[in-house]
Design a protein around this ligand. Structure first.
Ligand code: GLC
Length: 520
């Protein structure tokens, strides 16, 4: 099986958020499976697809023999990306409705690394810019053209490859032009039109709205007429892409169920419900080698299950680093992430004063919209011993907070999957989360399930509910003893790895997508 991912991000070449981590880890994990498993008839057993429940089917395998690597990842070559010396550069002529001659020449920069092939589309007018998606003035108005060019270039490169592609795995709205093009401009090219499409939605909040004028940077007039009705002003790329894909998923079963509802679907609920069992959720894995307190070089001391002495040393070092008293027994609540309304920093800000009264200390690490943490910053100025707001992007410090905090906060209003809560549990730091999406799928409330709990879960995204959950968590922390270490241990025992489940779920889904495409 040959799988080609198209994405706006992939760590370590391009990352602003979880998307980059997930595309890289998924490509590695799926690449390993596709390398191991000869194509064969395959029984797919999937419990995670929403709508009609479990689906079992005999999927024809016997796909193609191995010439190309099993997994490719197409990415824009943004400013500052460094490539290995052995990378090859090949000019590629790409149809481009915006170009005077209708064709733009880009460079395809390719190399194999980490078990998959990276294929960067280098075209400075599109991608050599200050930001990936926009700058201080907002989103780039020509994003449709930019990501359309990425997708067109990917399809052109695939036409030249020796081995046909079985599955196009498209991530988020930036990759949606690929499925629209498959069905329109490339309908006469079996190399492309035979490929099955799997769409993964990492965040429903970004749907890629393009006006008719913006669409002209991406499609010809006839194609636009086919895509947009005579009265519409434009289209949402995500919605159009989802309608044409063989399979669509989001990154946790919980979020997949939520987005079928009006209050979470962000206008996509009807089109997603209409997909029935072709839409579902696959929980992201975590790179458990990269996130491991037993080997983490950023920590003051390493530690592992059953031996948490190192965690105490990490706590002491963190508190010293951020100016808190390391001998003070008050619990330290950590929170890390983009300062974005999705993440619920404002809930923490709203609850902060009461949390201090309850005996908490708070450390926050993040960049973004500082207004969301205005209350916290004001408190931090007055109570340096108890509140720290660190406005920086610092990966090593993030690791020290996961390890050194006593409790980890993730009060997101919605969360397709989330990674911080998994890392925190793996680092022995029980998580306090809002019962939503991937958070609800990964954290079990210890008061509701004393034998299984790994953290504290609250129902309403309000400062009061957050405060209540934190108060419960702090009383468990103060009680300490075996109950507390058992709570930590259960979190640390969970195997979040891609190999433990998600990689095979994707592989099975790819086979299912191939068979759905063949049926058409
Ligand atoms: C987005 C989502 C996050 C998810 C990540 C990777 O950033 O907001 O919940 O974990 O994508 O799939």
């Amino acid at each position: 099986m040959r799988v080609v991912c198209i994405s706006a991000e992939c760590e370590p070449w391009a990352k602003t958020g979880g998307l980059g981590d997930v595309v890289d880890a998924l490509a590695r994990a799926v690449g390993a499976i596709c390398d191991e498993k000869p194509p064969s008839d395959h029984v797919v057993q999937s419990q995670v697809w929403a709508g009609t429940g479990a689906v079992t089917g005999q999927i024809p395998g016997g796909v193609s023999a191995c010439v190309e690597p099993p997994v490719d990842v197409f990415l824009p070559m943004y400013r500052g990306v460094t490539v290995p010396e052995n990378a090859t550069r090949t000019p590629l002529a790409v149809p481009d409705p915006r170009a005077p001659e209708g064709v733009t020449e880009v460079q395809l920069v390719e190399f194999e690394d980490r078990g998959y092939r990276v294929r960067l589309i280098d075209h400075p007018p599109a991608f050599d810019r200050a930001g990936y998606y926009g700058d201080d003035d907002g989103d780039y108005p020509d994003n449709g053209w930019r990501f359309g060019l990425l997708c067109r270039a990917a399809l052109e490169a695939l036409l030249d490859d020796e081995r046909p592609v079985d599955v196009l795995h498209l991530h988020d709205w930036q990759a949606m032009p690929a499925v629209l093009l498959r069905d329109l401009a490339y309908a006469g090219y079996p190399r492309i039109s035979a490929a099955a499409v799997m769409v993964t939605i990492h965040n429903m909040a970004y749907q890629g709205w393009l006006s008719r004028k913006q669409l002209a940077g991406l499609f010809g007039p006839d194609e636009i007429a086919q895509l947009v009705g005579p009265h519409a002003d434009g289209l949402l790329l995500l919605r159009e892409g989802v309608k044409r894909a063989e399979l669509v998923n989001t990154v946790s079963p919980g979020y997949a169920a939520e987005v079928l509802r009006e209050d979470f679907g962000m206008g996509m609920e009807k089109v997603l419900s209409g997909l029935g069992h072709r839409f579902g959720g696959i929980l992201n894995g975590l790179d458990t080698a990269m996130w491991d307190p037993a080997t983490d070089q950023a920590l003051a001391a390493t530690y592992s299950r059953g031996d948490l002495a190192g965690k105490a040393a990490c706590r002491r070092a963190l508190l010293t680093e951020i100016g808190f008293d390391p001998d003070d027994g008050r619990p330290v609540l950590g929170m890390i992430g983009r300062l974005d309304p999705q993440k619920g920093f404002d809930l923490l800000s709203g609850a902060a004063r009461d949390l201090l009264v309850e005996g908490a200390r708070i450390v926050v690490l993040g960049t973004g919209d500082l207004k969301l943490v205005a209350g916290l910053r004001a408190l931090a100025a007055k109570r340096k011993d108890s509140v720290a707001v660190l406005e920086t992007f610092d990966r090593a410090l993030a690791r020290r907070i996961y390890a050194g905090a006593d409790l980890y906060l993730m009060p997101s209003r919605f969360e397709p999957c989330g990674q911080g809560q998994m890392i925190a549990l793996r680092y022995g730091t029980p998580a306090i989360v809002h019962r939503t999406g991937g958070l609800a799928d990964t954290v079990v409330d210890v008061d509701a399930a004393p034998e299984d709990g790994t953290g504290f879960v609250f129902d309403e995204p309000t400062p009061v509910a957050l405060l209540d959950a934190c108060a419960r968590a702090m009383s468990h922390f103060h009680a300490g003893g075996d109950a507390w270490t058992d709570l930590q241990d259960r979190g640390m025992a969970i195997d979040w790895s891609w190999e433990a489940g998600p990689a095979e779920q994707y592989e099975a889904s790819y086979r299912r997508a191939v068979s759905l495409r063949r049926e058409q």
